[in-house]
Structure formats: C-alpha cells, structure tokens
Design a protein around this ligand. Structure first.
Ligand SMILES: [Zn+2]
Length: 485
C-alpha cells in the first residue's frame, strides 16, 4: 500500500511578559474583572492612537535572537482586517511582509535523531478580546465580550513545514516554550492562554515533493493536545487519501474529550485580510548596537545547558534533560553539585528525594526551604562515610524546612554510621540467634532468606550500620565465602 508522509508546521502565539499592553498603558494582568483594563486605544474608539510599548519590542527581540533569527533593523506594522465581535477596531495590528525577525531555527534530538525545524518569521502583534459564551444562565441568548485581552502584546512564531511527526511537533513546541520561559519573555502558562499553538497539517505520498491540502488546528493548549490532535488529523488525511475523499482546506478545533478534530470554519475564500501598512505607527527602527546589547545579555539556554551538564558533570543525557526543565532547578542542581563535589549524587538527590518532597509539599523550586549547599553538605557526609544512605534520607527529612544543617542533626541525634566491625558482628550474631528458624531454612538451601536476614540486622542498627559491612558480616557468621560487593 502507498505510504504517506505527514507535513507539519507550527504557529505559536506567546504573550510577552510586559506589565502593560502593546499600544496603551492598560494592565495585562490575567484574571481581572471583565472590561476593567480598557482605554480608548485598546477599545478601538475612533481617533485613539497607538503608542508602541518599548518593553514588548525588547522581549520580542530577545526571543528572536535566542531562536537564532535575523532581527531586522526596520520592520513595519500592518493592519490585518477581519470582522469578529471580540476585535473592536475591525482589524488587528500585526506585522505582515516586513516582520521583526526571520530565518531562525529550533533543534533538538528525539530518539537519537537530530531534528531541525526552521523558523520562518517572528512578528509582533496585539491580541484580540475574548468572547464568553457561558457566563450566565441566559448563555443560549447572549455572548459576552471581555476586552481585557484586547491589545495584550504577542509574538507569533511561524515555523517552516519541516516537522514529520506529531511527537516531533509536540517536542518542538515544548522546546520553544522552554526557551521563552528561560528568557523571561513568556510565563509558559498554556491554561491561561498566554502560550498557544496552531498546527498546519497535510500528508503526501512518501517521496513526493508537492504538499497536500492542509488543515489548520487552532488553539492547542498543551503538549499532549498538540500531539493527539495532529495524530488524529494525520490519520484522517491518510484515510481520506486512501478512500479518495477530498480534504478541504479549513480550520479545525480539537476536542480533548473525544480525541477528535471538528470543523471550525472553511478557509478557502475567507483568507483575505487586506493587509496594509498601519498608518498610525511609523516603521519600527532598531539600533544595531541595541540589538547586539540584547544578544550579549541572553542567558545560557536550556539546550546549551543540557549539553554542558553532560560534558562538564559527566551526567547521563536523561539527568541533564530533567535538571534543565527549569532555570531554577538547573541553578539549584549546580549549587548542590558544587557544595557536594559529587555531581552525579547531586543529580540523584535533586531528581529523587528533593523532587519527591517538592511534589509532596507543593513548594516551588524557586522557594525551596532547603539551601542548596546544605543539601551538598549532606551528600558529602554520605561520601565521607559519616552516615549511611538510609540515614541520609532521614536526615534530609529533618533538614527540609527546618534550617538545620546535616552535621548538627547527625551529632545531636547520634546518627553517625556504625563502622566498628566488632560492634556490627555482635549485632549480627544477636539477630541471627533471634531468627534461628530462618537461619535453619537458609542452611537447608533457601538462600533468598539471606536478604531478609541482612534487612533485619539493618533494622536492628536503625539503618546506621554500613550495609556492605553488614552484608559481609552476615556471610561470615553464616559461614559463606566472602564476596566483593
Ligand atoms: Zn488600553
């Protein structure tokens, strides 16, 4: 049977983290009472004039540089004309043929493959308002409009149709999110709509160069929705090809409950926005030195940091991936690694006990009540042989949120490791005498009872004995040959 190749491109809308809107001084705060952050400019009243927010330009430029784009020293705002109830002016101020930035890329590895997705363009634009269809009991008769979002600054990131699977598309979206969040350009909050993804999907017979008819999936607001919606859509296109049904160019919405996409509007003739240059705004002219200044202040981005963690700390790729999921987590790890002198142990603690504790307490990593160097000291105590692994977990629990240091807890509570071989042997003999029946079973050939006996000895020492020494002592007392641990 003919095999088909999916072709996918993304359009990502990201709200810039400014305090005020893109062309007026109204607040961008999420969750305000409807229609309280509004002025003549963002309400689209006749005669009101837009004034560009410099901070929005700066954040957009940061994003463009970090995504490898060429930032143009001159770009033009344009009116995108369409009628929609939540668009008060009847047009959206966007950028069209002269966008802020072009020619960037997103690259990552997926299952060992290097994936590279070109970025066609990044442009600045304003958001529209919001139609609310379910505000009151009379929802069937009325749609309410909230214009607080109207004029909120966005960048739109448009990729080339370089993606070939739903999983890669979800991954690309996730990489963009991680970069924008690391830059402080966007809060990454998909539930509140400050980051949204549209996907253009088509299929073509494998080996063919011409693109098939594409459909656009709108407002996908989670990585999982991106993946599932595209998977569904690819499947639908392939089936249509096989059945000889026509795929219509249209905009579709994904319904997470059913896992299906449905038609929102057909696009074939609707797509004429009659763009023209915005007469109320001059061309946006950037100083080259200013752009270079921004380039110099870019932080180390998650992808680069992952590579460095592998090279510098000799961490597995997996660890590097987990630790760089947020800047704060990666920063914390680096401080623990420095204080402990043992990066792999630091990684294990941060990904294991610390993450478990953060999930349990719901403390954000930005405000974890445990100093990174205090955790580093705890790890160093294990490495020096002062305490055992099980005791270290116990000490960790006592340190977390208390401000106490590991060494103090260990000395105050007598938790130091029992290192004295004679003392361990004595406990082993006691425990084995107390489990005579199990010892007899062991001697009769039921060798898996060995682990149970070691466990009983560890319990008798409250976890303070060195497990390797206990192991060896139990063997010796039982008369087994010694083995290397
Ligand atoms: Zn306003």
């Amino acid at each position: 049977m003919l095999s088909f190749e999916p072709v996918i491109g993304l359009e990502i809308h990201a709200q810039l983290l400014t305090a005020t809107k893109i062309f007026c001084g109204c607040s961008t705060r999420f969750g305000a009472e409807p229609n309280t952050a509004l002025c003549p400019v963002c309400a689209g009243l006749p005669g009101a004039l837009p004034v560009l927010n410099g901070r929005a330009v700066e954040l957009a430029t940061r994003a463009a540089l970090a995504l490898g784009c060429r930032v143009h020293t001159e770009s033009i705002f344009a009116r995108k004309n369409y009628f929609y109830p939540d668009l008060p002016k009847g047009y959206q101020i966007s950028q069209y043929d002269r966008p802020l930035a072009t020619d960037g890329e997103i690259s990552f590895s997926a299952d060992g493959r290097a994936v590279r997705v070109g970025i066609t363009r990044i442009h600045l634009e304003e958001d529209a308002g919001k139609s609310l269809h379910d505000v009151q009991a009379d929802a069937s008769r009325w749609t309410h409009l909230d214009f607080n979002r109207s004029g909120v600054p966005l960048i739109e990131i448009v990729t080339e149709p370089d993606l070939r699977s739903a999983a890669d598309a979800a991954q690309a979206f996730s990489r963009v999110r991680e970069v924008l969040v690391a830059l402080g350009v966007n809060d990454g909050n998909m539930e509140e709509g400050s980051l949204r993804c549209d996907a253009n999907v088509s299929v073509r017979p494998a080996g063919e160069l011409a693109f098939g008819v594409k459909t656009e999936l709108k407002n996908l607001n989670s990585f999982r929705h991106v993946q599932r919606a595209i998977e569904f859509e690819i499947d639908r296109h392939v089936k249509a090809r096989q059945d000889g049904t026509r795929i219509v160019q249209e905009t579709r919405l994904y319904d997470p409950a059913s896992g299906r996409t449905t038609v929102m509007r057909t696009k074939e003739e609707a797509d004429d926005y009659r763009y023209f240059p915005e007469p109320d705004l001059p061309p946006l002219v950037l100083d080259v030195a200013w752009v270079e200044q921004i380039r110099r202040t870019l932080p180390e981005l998650p992808g680069a940091r992952r590579t460095r963690f592998v090279a510098e700390y000799k961490l597995p790729e997996y660890d590097a991936g987990v630790l760089t999921q947020s800047m704060a987590l990666a920063d914390y790890f680096e401080r623990v690694a420095a204080a402990s002198g043992n990066p792999k142990a630091a990684s294990n603690w941060v990904m294991g006990e610390l993450t478990r504790k953060l999930n349990e307490t719901r403390d954000p990593i930005e405000r974890v009540p445990l100093e990174a160097d205090a955790l580093g000291e705890l790890i160093a105590l294990v490495d020096k042989g002062t305490i055992t692994g099980p005791i270290a977990k116990d000490v960790f629990e006592k340190m977390y949120g208390s401000g106490r240091r590991a060494a103090d807890i260990v000395s105050a509570e007598g938790l130091a490791k029992i290192d004295d071989q004679d003392a361990i042997d004595k406990i082993v003999v006691d425990v084995l005498e107390g489990h005579a029946a199990t010892v007899a079973e062991y001697r009769a050939g039921k060798i898996k009872t060995f682990g149970f006996l070691v466990g009983q000895v560890m319990k008798a020492t409250a976890g303070k004995a060195d497990p390797a020494r206990v192991n060896e002592s139990v063997r010796r007392v039982l008369g087994m040959p010694a083995v290397k641990p």
